[in-house]
Design a protein around this ligand. Structure first.
Ligand code: NAP
Length: 305
């Protein structure tokens, strides 16, 4: 017999890539769940309606959350506090509050300030693409990806368990983490790589000695892989860096020191240092593939085979 869904009615606030993917995944995995949604962007609301993403598409956050047992904020991290304050009047006292923000300590503080009387269990599905908006989402986005929950000490175990079961039903593997630790881990695995990609693509476009058409023509040499990351949503990423400031600055400091060491190795012709590092990094790539977190095919399977 199929398991009863952990929540009977789920409200999704923000119907972009992540919000619309959750809606699609809920429909696919738990069709009996009532879905309601709201997006501040009128165009996204209209698209969500055309796509049939929810049973009820509301014209305000407060209307969307009426009767909801779980409310998930899928808006940029800088908009979490405002979005939460907007919908407070419609919220059931027993509704569990969660989010999908890419930084956690700051978002928890914002949600707590806006909804002090509610139980909040923040979450971060470590899954995404460089695209945004309701049309970019897909139901299998969370399959075999990690979703990190960062419950505060005040959250009861049964709330954490309910949200764990929700994400597992969407195909994710769930891990529990302290919010500060989450922010440090994600600073190095996600935020710093984005910052580096934004820098390289920005540097290449500012060069005078190499033309823009040459950069594009010869991009298969590595550059184009950075451009995919650097095409990510500017609002989302602006907010991530401002919200996870301390952890990103700490990791950036470490990165700058390591980059200086590499600079020195190149200057002094220290091939052994370069070879040692490049061998270690190759092993990390192998581990990621072994754990099923990327495609082992050459060129990330891009050639379409
Ligand atoms: P997205 O595609 O840009 O969607 C966000 C939507 O929220 C937009 O339609 C936006 O409207 C709307 N919005 C903004 N403020 C709002 C408010 N106060 N009330 C209701 N709706 C509001 O972004 P996304 O990629 O889904 O990201 C959403 C969240 O997921 C972010 O916190 C991000 O850090 C996190 N996340 C993203 C990824 C990823 O790879 N993209 C992965 C994991 C987690 P406008 O268009 O008018 O701004």
């Amino acid at each position: 017999m199929a398991e009863t869904p952990p929540f009977a009615h789920v409200a999704i606030i923000g119907l972009g890539l992540i919000g619309s993917s959750i809606a699609r995944a809920v429909r696919a995995a738990m069709p009996e769940v009532q879905l309601s949604g709201y997006d501040a962007n009128a165009e996204s609301r209209a698209t969500a309606r055309t796509l049939g993403l929810a049973d009820r598409l509301a014209e305000s956050g407060a209307e969307a959350v009426i009767d909801a047992d779980l409310v998930i904020f899928c808006v940029p991290v800088g908009a979490m506090g405002v979005a939460a304050a907007e919908l407070r009047p419609g919220l059931k006292p027993s509704a569990l509050i969660s989010d999908v923000g890419s930084s956690k300590a700051n978002v928890l503080a914002e949600l707590n300030a806006a909804l002090p009387d509610h139980v909040i269990v923040p979450a971060h599905p470590v899954a995404g693409t460089e695209r945004s908006g309701p049309e970019a989402g897909f139901a299998s986005l969370f399959q075999n990806r990690w979703c990190i929950l960062t419950p505060p000490d005040t959250a009861a175990p049964h709330h954490v368990d309910q949200l764990t079961r929700f994400w597992q039903a969407l195909g994710a593997n769930v891990e529990i983490m302290d919010p500060q630790h989450h922010d440090l881990v994600l600073a190095v695995t996600s935020h710093l790589p984005h910052l580096i990609a934004y820098t390289i693509v920005g540097t290449a476009s500012d060069l005078e000695s190499v033309t823009r058409s040459e950069v594009i023509k010869y991009s298969a040499g590595g550059f184009r892989d950075f451009t995919r990351i650097a095409a990510s949503d500017p609002i989302m990423w602006r907010d991530v860096f401002l919200s996870n400031k301390e952890a990103v600055l700490e990791m950036l400091q470490r990165f700058s020191e390591d980059l200086t060491a590499l600079q020195r190795a190149i200057r002094w012709g220290d091939g052994d240092a370069l070879f040692d590092l490049f061998s270690r990094t190759r092993a990390i790539r192998r581990s990621i593939i072994e754990e099923g977190q990327d495609d082992a095919r050459p060129d990330f399977g891009r050639s379409g085979s």
